[in-house]
Design a binder for this molecule. Structure first.
Ligand code: AMP
Length: 218
């Protein structure tokens, strides 16, 4: 089960990817999470990526492709994976296709999360992330009584790029570069569209039914 989850910033792709990963036992590969981890660890990659991320711009392809390539070649991806946040432009589509050819793993399905832009802005500005377990919450959907994670009691933080100015630029980048990158998968008839405006649980139920139907999970 080699999947890509696609959608604009705030469409819930990270949240759904985590649930798909857990339920179907496939690793969740989020380039955004890997880059944030590199920034936290103050690695050479993290230092290079930071300014692009805090502006809401794309990190240069050569940096992202390198980490993606190392991750996807690991043993745990043998039975499948779910890519979240990659590819983000047409060059990355091409680079991904080359990597997958090398490891003989074609993309089986692309999940496209459909959410209107007005809803996306609200979600991004209301997002809180646990600095410990990485789980996402939203002040408009959950009553978060303290700045502590309801799951692990870690500290809830606002992502560096979840502010109005950066959010505007992230949408611009999405429209100008990322949106186009799903087209080649539509042309190959690999895309299923999912209504991303429902509750997290209902959206996951829909995705689960589709994936079970296609991949015939016992
Ligand atoms: P995400 O967590 O997917 O919303 O990504 C957060 C940020 O990480 C993006 O706004 C980009 O700056 C950077 N990023 C993540 N994935 C990529 C990618 N495939 N190519 C370039 N930049 C990326």
């Amino acid at each position: 089960m080699n999947l890509i989850i696609f959608g604009p910033p705030g469409s819930g792709k990270g949240t759904q990817a985590k649930k798909i990963s857990k339920y179907f036992y496939i690793p969740h590969i989020s380039t955004g999470d890997m880059l944030r981890e590199a920034i936290k660890e103050k690695t050479c990659l993290g230092k290079k990526a930071q300014k692009f991320m805090s502006n809401g711009d794309l990190v240069p392809d050569e940096l992202v492709v390198k980490i993606l390539k190392e991750r996807i070649k690991k043993e745990d991806c043998k039975t499948g994976f779910i890519l979240d946040g990659f590819p983000r432009n047409l060059e990355q589509v091409e680079l991904l296709s080359n990597i997958l050819k090398e490891i003989e793993k074609p993309i089986d399905l692309v999940i496209n999360m459909i959410v209107p832009e007005k809803e996306l802005t609200k979600r991004l500005l209301g997002r809180r992330v646990c600095s410990s377990c990485n789980k996402n919450f939203n002040i408009y959907q959950q009553s978060l009584k303290t700045f502590k994670c309801p799951v692990c009691n870690g500290e809830l933080i606002i992502r560096d790029d979840d502010n109005m100015q950066t959010v505007r630029n992230r949408f611009k980048v999405y429209k100008e570069q990322t949106e186009l990158s799903i087209q080649p998968y539509y042309e190959k008839d690999l895309v299923i569209e999912v209504d991303g405006e429902d509750t997290v649980e209902n959206i996951f139920e829909n995705i689960k039914i589709i994936l079970e139907d296609i991949f015939d999970k016992d």
